[in-house]
Design a protein around this ligand. Structure first.
Ligand code: ATP
Length: 141
């Protein structure tokens, strides 16, 4: 397996789940959050974790974000920060940007500013649960 370098921005439940799984699979994972407590809580699940405001280009440059194979933007509620972060990453030349969207409009903007893949955790999980319920093995529900 080729070890890859991932950066996960936003260490809420979604961000930490992504980071943890990639780290468990043997990849290098840098966790980033503006909130110090979130960074401390995520430390056991990532290779490194740092406090930074990713809406500041200077902060992203000092982290060396250009060296990462893929950046996952897991900021949701603060839509402005999510969109600004993706657009700066795009300007810096990051090819693989994955971004979490809370809704359709948010997702459309993320797509426009340069996210390669937009994920909708709530919608996708809802569909998954319904599909499970509809599967023949789950007739009891
Ligand atoms: P989840 O649903 O994944 O648990 P959440 O409910 O904590 O997430 P979100 O708004 O999606 O809410 O925030 C995810 C994380 O993004 C938070 O930990 C927040 O501190 C972080 N974050 C928000 N703005 C920035 C920023 N400008 N730079 C870095 N991290 C940020």
């Amino acid at each position: 397996m080729t070890i890859k370098q991932y950066a996960v921005i936003g260490l809420g439940r979604f961000g930490v789940s992504v980071a943890r799984r990639l780290h468990e699979a043997g990849h290098e994972v840098l966790g980033i959050d503006i909130n110090e407590e979130r960074v401390e809580d995520a430390e056991p699940y990532v290779t490194h974790a740092v406090v930074a405001d990713t809406t500041e280009e200077k902060a992203l440059n000092s982290i060396g974000i250009r060296n990462f194979d893929c950046v996952i933007v897991a900021i949701g509620i603060d839509m402005q920060s999510s969109i600004l972060t993706v657009s700066i990453l795009k300007e810096l030349g990051i090819k693989k940007i994955i971004a979490k969207a809370l809704g359709k409009r948010h997702g459309q903007v993320l797509d426009k500013v340069g996210a390669e893949w937009v994920v909708y955790p709530e919608r996708d999980m809802g569909e998954r649960v319904a599909n499970q319920l509809l599967s023949p093995n789950m007739l009891n529900y």
